[in-house]
Write a protein that binds this ligand. Structure first.
Ligand SMILES: NC(=O)c1ccc[n+]([C@@H]2O[C@H](COP(=O)([O-])OP(=O)(O)OC[C@H]3O[C@@H](n4cnc5c(N)ncnc54)[C@H](OP(=O)(O)O)[C@@H]3O)[C@@H](O)[C@H]2O)c1
Length: 333
């Protein structure tokens, strides 16, 4: 048993509901590994968990932390894959924003030598999500046209790089201050505050795939720019969080999204993508991303880095429109 410091969402609400608390951590159970956490990330999922709007989430008080990178401290009974001191990453979903965490050994992945650690901790959530949506859900091929909401975001920015690698033509939305940078990265950007992109994309003949984390009316708008044979890959209900508006029921919106598949004669499809570490594809896809990072084929933009004690500021930064990429939380050395 050890005593650790960790982030706690004490109750659902604004950034003031985030605290650092002390807590007991038991020794790892059989086939679990205890990690000393070096880095975690702060993502849209954490912000939704703080607001109490993340699908099927735990009740408060809870500790978020969707991804961890850490060193092996203790192997539970029967766990022998990793040596003490080895660096690993894991999709943890909860309890990652803590000094230590116990995780099932089978979900850990070794961090290859020489990899930038901040880049490595962004891969399991933002990049595996983007990789699987692009290659497994939409199966994008060279020359196809795609539209990405939030090109400047953690997942959106990863989608942009992976889609360019694949040879796709990329359009999407972002704040105007980021359009020049996104243009250098190969995307044509539109301001999400104006809806010009709808008519412009329709006039261009539409998109083969649209990636939408916003939900609600955005799903209807995204569907309207699909060309025949195209797919809408929905993956979040982030609109109330980014517009700081009240929560709204999600289920009817998701049912409507999926019911669109009944109208097969439109030639358009929809799906709601969900990342899970239980998928047989999770580890191979993560390893593929490590290989792309090692070869320099991708680079991981980091929007900001915060210390554990700065967790409230990290959540405020999420809502600000400065910078692009993932937000890192530094916990250990
Ligand atoms: N289904 C899954 O498996 C899965 C996996 C990962 C993430 N997610 C979900 O994906 C969502 C995005 O997560 P993330 O961490 O990638 O977020 P993020 O990096 O913070 O991105 C947020 C984006 O929203 C944009 N934005 C801000 N205000 C907006 C507005 N009014 N309208 C439209 N866009 C606006 C921002 O653009 P600017 O910065 O340019 O202003 C930014 O690009 C979250 O809901 C998360 O839960 C789902």
């Amino acid at each position: 048993m050890s005593i650790i410091r960790k982030v706690q969402i004490t109750a659902f609400g604004d950034e003031s509901k985030l605290a650092i608390v002390e807590s007991d951590l038991p020794d790892p159970k059989p086939r679990e590994v205890q990690l000393a956490v070096d880095l975690s990330i702060v993502s849209g999922s954490d912000v939704n968990m703080r607001r109490g709007t993340y699908p099927f989430q735990r009740k408060a008080p809870l500790t978020p932390g969707y991804t961890v990178l850490g060193r092996v401290l203790l192997n539970g009974k029967g766990a022998s894959t990793f040596r003490v001191g080895e660096r690993v990453v894991c999709l943890s979903k909860y309890e990652g924003q803590a000094e230590r965490i116990n995780l099932p050994e089978r979900f850990l992945a070794r961090v290859p030598d020489g990899i930038d650690l901040k880049a490595a901790v962004a891969l399991p959530l933002d990049w595996v999500t983007a990789y699987q949506m692009l290659h497994r859900a939409a199966k994008i091929k060279s020359g196809q046209t795609i539209f990405i909401h939030g090109l400047s975001g953690g997942v959106g920015g990863s989608l942009l790089q992976l889609a360019k690698l694949q040879g796709a033509e990329v359009f999407g939305t972002a704040s105007p201050s980021k359009h020049d940078e996104l243009s250098r990265r190969g995307a044509t950007s539109f301001d999400y505050k104006s809806k010009d992109w709808i008519s412009i994309m329709q006039q261009r003949g539409g998109a083969d795939a649209v990636f939408d984390p916003l939900g609600y009316e955005s799903f209807d708008q995204s569907f309207s720019i699909l060309r025949k044979g195209g797919i809408l890959v929905a993956y979040g209900m982030n609109l109330p969080a980014v517009t700081k508006t009240a929560r709204r029921p999600a289920l009817p919106v998701i049912l409507k999204l999926l019911a669109r598949n009944l109208f097969f004669w439109t030639g358009k499809r929809t799906t709601f993508y969900g990342l899970t570490r239980n998928s047989k594809h999770f580890k191979p896809d993560l390893e593929q991303l490590f290989a792309l990072l090692q070869s320099g084929s991708i680079s991981v933009p980091i929007k900001a880095t915060f210390k554990l004690d700065e967790i409230q500021q990290a959540h405020r930064e999420y809502a600000s429109s400065a910078g692009t990429g993932s937000i890192i939380l530094e916990i250990g050395s």
